[in-house]
Write a protein that binds this ligand. Structure first.
Ligand SMILES: Cc1ncc(COP(=O)(O)O)c(C=O)c1O
Length: 401
């Protein structure tokens, strides 16, 4: 793939007609190294966030060997990675998927949140005696932009019985939870680990694994997470208080935090009407979260001149390329007031759940891509820069929230 120093250089070289992903594999590598160095346990990458081979390669190169997968296509994406440990963490799987995962791809690690799923896993693996089984608990979200608590997880009242039944058949028994994506402060992890402790006592079981899930935050223009080190310290303290033996091991499953900084999206303005810009990607493409969840990604105009002239910023909303009126990203996105048709814009920190969600509605959704060598637009991994939530993440020159 072609490499460019910056998104601006890519635009000068290509003047792309299609929306273009600018990949920063180096940013994925940096994030992975941070987690591997600081998290006291296994770090599994949640493949659902972005399955680009370039990012998977960067994560692997940095040392990631565990992968959280939720479907057969995701398993196929990572099964051939050398030494990969696959964890099939979707609590509701088809029989076909369990069978192929176990017999064809050698998966031995599965999650569940009901007795019927436990029975299904045992039936489809021929009552295998070498399974790691993770019981997913329903835990409360707190300070999360995307709570997941309603869909999965066994309720506290039913958890002890399910855990005991699972203990009887699992080679290794784990408890797992997800506090919600883009959780900006660590209390939810502490509460969830407290619940894990209470459940161990109530069920009277010996636990082999605790998985604190994903949910670790990234930096966006309108989201100001606490430093990641606060999360690790809080998790370490809460884990140390658990009635779990020395052989119990922790795991985490970040998706967003490992890859969000590793891609930008370069879009072109096809029309301007007042402070509304019609751009060539949108809600049915990589900007789903900006349209439906109010995500505000960092943006910058890729200036035609270098250096960019000092510009007064103004708030803009975006319309996507389809004919559907919900193809709208309200923002506000702060851009130079002079932005006009034909200009290109870099939309940063879109590596998590951007390309992964994009579809082909109305014939759109074909992307170009290129490698970018410069730093991501916002980073939670910049050593020496205070990204504390009181002041928000550091912003590049010329950008405001
Ligand atoms: C089971 C599981 N693990 C991990 C993740 C990754 O979460 P995040 O991207 O918030 O880190 C998800 C996201 O939905 C999930 O469902």
């Amino acid at each position: 793939m072609d490499r460019f120093a910056t998104a601006r250089d890519l635009v000068i070289a290509r003047q792309p007609d299609a929306p273009t992903f600018g990949l920063r594999p180096h940013a994925a590598g940096k994030a992975a190294r941070w987690f591997l160095e600081h998290f006291p346990g296994d770090v599994a990458y949640a493949v659902k966030a972005n399955a680009s081979p370039f990012l998977l390669g960067a994560l692997y190169g940095a040392g990631i060997r565990h992968f959280d997968v939720a479907s057969l296509p995701e398993i196929e994406d990572v099964a051939s990675i050398p030494d990969a440990h696959l964890h099939f963490m979707h609590p509701v799987k088809s029989r076909h998927a369990i069978r192929r995962a176990f017999f064809e791809f050698g998966v031995r690690s599965f999650s569940l949140d009901s007795e019927s799923e436990l029975a299904k896993i045992l039936e489809e693996t021929g009552n295998a005696g070498d399974l790691t089984l993770w019981v997913r608990l329903a835990v409360q979200s707190k300070n999360s932009k995307l709570p997941l608590e309603k869909m999965f997880g066994v309720a506290p009242g039913k958890a002890a019985r399910l855990v005991q039944k699972t203990r009887q058949v699992a080679k290794k028994l784990g408890l797992t939870f997800h506090v919600g994506s883009q959780t900006v402060s660590p209390e939810a992890y502490v509460n969830a680990l407290d619940e894990v402790g209470a459940l161990i006592v109530r069920a009277g079981i010996v636990l082999d694994r605790v998985d604190v899930g994903g949910g670790f935050p990234s930096a966006y223009a309108n989201s100001r997470p606490e430093p990641l080190s606060n999360f690790i310290e809080a998790i370490k303290r809460a884990y140390a208080a658990l009635p779990a033996g020395e052989n119990c091991r922790m795991m985490c499953e970040p998706g967003r935090a490992l890859v969000s900084e590793a891609e930008s999206l370069i879009v072109r303005v096809n029309s301007r009407r007042g402070n509304e810009l019609f751009i060539n990607d949108g809600a049915y493409g990589a900007l789903f979260d900006a349209a439906h969840l109010g995500w505000i990604y960092p943006v910058r105009l890729l200036s035609k001149t270098d250096p960019a002239p000092a510009a007064e910023l103004a708030p803009f909303s975006f319309w996507g390329p389809t004919c559907d009126s919900i193809d709208r990203m309200p923002g506000p996105f702060q851009l130079p007031a002079s932005v006009s048709e034909g200009d290109y814009i870099e939309i940063g920190n879109i590596g998590a759940y951007g390309r992964a969600i994009a579809g082909r509605f109305n014939g759109f959704g074909a992307y170009e891509q290129g490698i970018l060598l410069d730093p991501p637009m916002l980073s939670v991994y910049d050593v020496g820069r205070d990204l504390g939530h009181n002041r928000g993440p550091a912003l590049p020159a010329g950008m405001t929230t």
